[in-house]
Unconditional design. Structure first.
Length: 86
């Protein structure tokens, strides 16, 4: 019996902001989010992208791609760590 393998990403944002940063997405996932948030150019930043969407909306979209939140940290700005099985 083999143990499951996981892939992790991070979402950084504020509950009061209209955009967030996502780190660790592969190209297909980045393209899927860009299509979902068409007003967003998915601007590439160091190791991630900026998505023009509220953090909770982006997290819910990522859950449709198989991710779920495994932990979070922060107060004004929060980082959610998400995982999916590969």
């Amino acid at each position: 019996m083999s143990l499951p393998n996981y892939y992790y990403i991070a979402v950084k944002g504020s509950l009061h902001a209209t955009d967030c940063q996502v780190f660790g997405l592969n190209e297909d996932e980045r393209d899927a989010l860009s299509k979902r948030y068409s007003n967003s150019s998915a601007e590439v930043i160091m190791n991630g992208v900026i998505i023009k969407g509220a953090a909770m909306d982006v997290i819910n979209s990522l859950s449709e791609l198989g991710y779920h939140v495994v932990c979070s940290t922060g107060e004004a700005e929060i980082v959610w760590t998400m995982q999916r099985e590969i």
